[in-house]
Ligand binder design. Sequence first.
Ligand code: FDM
Length: 215
Amino acid sequence: RVNMSGRRGALIVLEGVDRAGKTTQCRKLLDALQREGHRAELLRFPDRGTAIGQLINSYLEKKSNLEDHTVHLLFAANRWERVPLIKEKLQQGITLIVDRYAFSGVAFTSAKPEFTLTWCKQPDVGIPKPDLILFLQLSPSDAMKRGDFGNERYENRHFQEQVLRQFNELMQDENLNWKVMDASQCIDDLHQEIKSHTEKVMEQVGDNPIRDLWR
Ligand code: FDM
């Protein structure tokens, strides 16, 4: 379908620690945008549906073990395999709402001992740069109140605290459009905030070229 508006879609990423409500908010945002007549679609990473995604899925479910650098590169490859699709959709004027992106990639691996932020960022250098990154901020103690963690890999309090620290480092980057949201507020208030930031950015992108992340 051709894009008659001359305006590309916006690349909107939701990030945050586990239990912050990313997936719920992605859905609600998609519904709201579509209801208002915008073309919008959802993506999530990891995308467990591809061959690489299946390797990642079995690692996350602890059905297999992978060496730490190896799994990091698989997560990045799982994004790169979607880059042609992402660019195509944006050019067609479709706004993409993305549940986790390279920031989760870097935050989770660099939360492991012996990994630097610089090393972790390299494999994702050059993927499409988000127009907006919404960070759903939730303290580890508030996250705990939302119930037990599941049984997947990384779902424990100590590791999540390290992850949050790494996200905070990534948020210092002023070349990126981070917006920190208070995820402890009620679902609908948070949704309204997310929606208004998103709509503002959708208007601003115009026909600006899609930039490269971390380049
Ligand atoms: N995760 C996610 C990574 O370690 N690296 C990545 O690049 C991405 C996108 O995988 F624990 C981690 C984060 C989380 C898990 O969980 C995916 P969900 O519930 O599918 O978002």
